[in-house]
Design a protein around this ligand. Structure first.
Ligand code: CTP
Length: 401
């Protein structure tokens, strides 16, 4: 969830600031890019040099870096626009109160006021400060503005007292953010099955019948779906592509029959299926155990049909939303519509090989999305990552219709 995200970490002056060195490390480990803004008093608790080294960015404190005699100034509006998330941790009672009142007397507060992104704050203070009615009122005001509070936990406090007010641990802060981000995503709670790539149908131990599919379209659909919060089962034929996402379970198969078995196993608990695989329609009737030796001028292979995975899922469909792919060379629209009916689909993604830049082995694709009412939506030539988002947008608009 945090992979590739830009996180602006605002550190204010409390003893829990020492934990931000770990916080920066775990955020970066989770794939985020981190920049740090500190208040002056935060520097009494944690070294800007340590944070600059860990975040690989200069730590910003003032509007102007006077020691540098720099003419550059730290533009709070740009910082606010750069960030996907602003996380203020630890957030002291003083800074929180200023945030609630719109006070703007340092770079962090100016950035907070300019930020358009979600703002998380993790309070840290002593037990009685945390409980004080004015602090409670501040929390309510800030949450009323749409800021998200990561509650402090109970435990031993720096004062020696025991109680509520400890800043959440770095791992807890990240878990909270990931969970919160997921709750707001449109596919959270949905289970999605995607088939991708080619299938290889064995002739003998060294030869197979295959096709030029790379799996890229299916992988981009999996990535985009997971980024939208779905839990994805990605059943893929042989491909060099890699994917690493906590919400994607990859199942690698070789043949159409393997893909069929894996798909059937997961189908019942699935909400949405996207069949992007280029499944071989036929396989050799007998795959030889031994490498077949040359013999004679010609050679014949007897082929038998593979199970049509999508057709079978269409026949067993209960609540599932089924999306197929059609790669056509002629009578494209007619053929695609016929496949919607034949396979009992909710929609089909049509690729025409007559369109340059569409189909197998290229980075781009040009599609027409057709739903079961035969409403058609043609798209421009785009990268497969962009096409994946377009397909999800079309699916989402029909899921909630
Ligand atoms: N499909 C499948 N199992 C198969 C064959 C196809 O799940 N054994 C799926 C593909 O993943 C794709 C759609 O069905 O979503 C493509 O259907 P279809 O066009 O019938 O496959 P083709 O083999 O290309 O059909 P035809 O030769 O009739 O054009």
């Amino acid at each position: 969830m945090l992979g590739g995200k830009k996180i602006l970490l605002g550190i204010t002056g409390g003893i829990a600031a020492y934990k931000t060195t770990f916080l920066v490390r775990v955020l970066i480990k989770a794939g985020a890019e981190v920049r740090v803004i500190m208040t002056r008093s935060a520097g009494d608790f944690v070294s800007p040099l340590t944070l600059a080294t860990l975040s690989k960015h200069k730590v910003l404190i003032d509007f102007i870096d006077r020691e540098d005699r720099s003419v550059d100034w730290n533009n709070h509006v740009e910082l606010g626009l750069w960030a996907d998330f602003l996380l203020i941790a630890p957030a002291t009672a003083n800074t929180l109160s200023k945030m609630a009142n719109g006070t703007c007397d340092n770079l962090l507060l100016a950035t907070y006021l300019s930020a358009k992104c979600p703002v998380y704050f993790a309070p840290a203070m002593d037990l009685d400060m945390y409980r004080h009615p004015s602090t409670k009122a501040t929390f309510e005001t800030l949450q009323g503005f749409g800021n998200i509070m990561i509650p402090a936990t109970k435990g031993e406090l720096a004062s020696g007292l025991h109680g509520e007010g400890r800043m959440a641990e770095p791992e807890e802060i990240i878990a909270f953010m990931v969970n919160h981000i997921r709750q707001g995503l449109p596919l959270t709670g949905k289970k999605v099955l995607i088939t991708a790539g080619p299938t290889h149908e064995a002739i003998d131990p060294v030869r197979f019948i295959g096709n030029h599919a790379t799996g890229r379209m299916g992988f981009e659909l999996a990535r985009a779906g997971a980024d939208l919060g779905a839990e994805i089962v990605l059943i893929t034929g042989p491909t060099h592509l890699k994917i690493d996402h906590p919400l994607i379970e990859r199942i690698s198969v070789v043949s159409a029959e393997d893909m069929y078995k894996a798909a059937i196993m997961h189908f019942k608990q699935t909400d949405i299926v996207i069949a992007a695989a280029a499944v071989a329609d036929y396989r050799p009737k007998l795959a030889s155990d031994q490498k077949i030796k040359k013999s004679g001028e010609t050679m014949q292979l007897e082929l038998v049909p593979n199970t049509d995975i999508l057709l079978t899922l269409g026949q067993q469909k209960e609540k599932q939303f089924l999306v197929g792919f059609a790669l056509e060379t002629e009578n494209e629209l007619e053929n695609a519509k016929a496949k919607i009916k034949k396979k009992n689909l909710d929609a089909i993604v049509l690729n025409s090989l007559q369109d340059e830049g569409a189909g197998f082995g290229v980075e781009t694709n040009k599609i027409t999305f057709i739903d079961k009412n035969f409403t058609q939506k043609p798209f421009e030539l785009k990268t497969k990552a962009e096409v994946a988002l377009d397909i999800w947008t079309e699916i989402l608009s029909r899921l909630h219709a």
